[in-house]
Ligand binder design. Sequence first.
Ligand code: C2E
Ligand code: MG
Ligand code: MG
Length: 697
Amino acid sequence: MTDDTGSVVQPNWRDVLQALPDAAWLVDARTQQIVRANERTLDLLGVEPERLHGVSACLTVATPEDLAYWDDVRAGRYASLSSDTVLVNAAGHLLHVTRSIRPVGPRGAPSHLLVTVRDRSGEQQQQQEREALLSELQATLESTADGILVTDLAGRITAFNRRFAQMWGMPESLLVERNDAAVADWMRRSVVDTEGYERRMAQVREATLMRATERIVLLSGQVFECVTQPQCHQGRPRGRVWSYRDFTALEGASQRISQLSTTDVLTGLYNRRQLGGVIVESIRLARQQGHTLALLVLDLDRFKQINDGLGHEIGDRVLRDTAERLKSCLRQGDQVARIGGDQFALVVQRVDSRGAESAARRVLDAIARPCAVDGLQFTLTCSVGIALFPVDGEDEDTLVRNAETAMQRAKQGGRGGFRFHQPHHDADLRQRMRLDHAMRQALASNRFRLKYQPQVDLATGQVIGAEALIRWRDPELGDVSPGEFIPVAEDSGFIVPIGDWVMSQAARQAARWHQQGLDLPMSVNVSALQFRQADFIDRVARVLRDNKLPGSALELELTESILVHDADEALQRLSQLSQLGVRLAIDDFGIGYSSMSYLKRFPIERLKIDRSFIQGLPHDASDVGIVRAIVQLSHALGMRVVAEGVESEPQRAFLAEAGCHQFQGYLYAPALDAISFEERIRGEPRSRRTVLSLVGR
Ligand code: C2E
Ligand code: MG
Ligand code: MG
């Protein structure tokens, strides 16, 4: 540097110090005292530069390293020093700094030492922040449920988390060793579709900016969703992040949901929704190929009583068992579904009405096979409704509706049977309402009558009792059978007044016969609803009292459902009736649930074998088996057993041989009016007549 005159100008120390970018001071080598400091010392130390003059150098930065350095200087050893260290400023704050000391002047004999100090506190803080960020990132990476892998543009692994290794079932050592080729190979070999996987990897390598999401299925059965995106720095791709999410559970769940929405959980059969699809598809095929098909809707009879009486667990088992039985009725192409609580449906392909009927019979047979749950033996029946495509409906809705109404009619017709759809049965409800109305009028106008069916002792041939059966001839409707109107009366509750009427009429007739010396117990049918009336026992007692009858002159025919429904309550009532001397019988035995334990608990005197088991005698093997079993059961329990609906001599002979005690049926007589009944008995040869004489009449 030169001045105006051209001579060289020596810069002075002050200017040089001021020009330095860092805080700096000059120390006298001899005294180790600061001789000059620049303005920046004020920023760094918070001390005016002038106030440093004469201060010992070792006081500004007083670490052991610095103290040792100045000791060396004092001893004539002049070296350079540069290191990161700390100092405390005037305000008492600790500062991270880089401090350098260099001798100035002739080598080995410097006149001064220059100390420069750069404040690193900002840098230090940034560094700490960076480290914190990094450890946060690492923790985040490790805490995510996704497996993460980061590679550079060449595909080399730069980062990963443990979850990644776990998900791929990869030994972590592969990753720790950074054996990239082995990792890639491991992944390739783990997937089901190796080729597809390799193809996509190649595509991704080509397109550094590509983002993609795909589903990967592993040989282990796991399903991953893989999301990959470029990792960019300052807008330029530097690598790629791969994240893998385990979708196995979700995939399983979604499959399960779609399964649940189409299948019935309890039985595994199709549900109502799926049935709709099956019918639609079957109709399409039937149209295409010009054939017919049938829809069978079936409902278990009295299932509610099983559920209520024996508990839902047993109810569920019965339903599962029913599903299995129905499956055994299917031919190829047929389908079965559970469409409601105890309702099932069968789609039977390529059948006309005859084929549908035989399918219905197969179903009835399969359901009626005795079942055993928890040591409890019982027999179920079901009612089946049939609708045919195309005659009974050309679309799903109509077919289902018509099969359901037909099933309802099968129920009303006494259950345990099947019915075809009959056009115009939509009028069913109206019909029932009309019947209900007519019934009420019939009772008010005294149009009901009782008829009496003789009960005959199989061994002696003597009439030993009578069953009162209601009859109704309506001026408009004509003869209406109890099988038709009793269920309507049971539904509407009108069975209670009807039952009262029957009971008092029957008792009156029994009393009349009693007075004539004809001591025949009178059997009266009692509906469940009637039995459950709070004052039922009182009514029975009153009827006996009013007619001056002993309890033993009356027998109540109860259905098994009465026993099953609230068994404790039933037991209490039956005991009270039994105390009145009233006899108790179980009607239609065999079609409900007959459990030894129930029978043993209740004071039952007679079992009446349902007519449906008598029909096939003496040839039908299953009827033979059932009747023999019921007879044996009644013997074991000390009960009498009556066969209902005996129409032929071979049936009677079989029953007598089997040990059955009594029978009722057209073979001897249908239900007769009181006068015909008496005449019939009077007409009998003496030996077969009732022991008690008929006086007058
Ligand atoms: P149930 O109590 O089992 O009565 C026996 C039914 O079988 C009667 O039908 C009877 O007429 C019929 N029957 C008797 N012998 C033969 C036979 O040899 N062959 C055939 N095919 N049938 C025979 P009914 O009178 O039509 O009664 C049907 C059902 O209606 C009865 O079945 C009973 O459950 C109910 N019922 C009848 N009267 C009353 C009543 O006063 N109160 C209540 N709650 N129900 C009644
Ligand atoms: Mg009866
Ligand atoms: Mg019966």
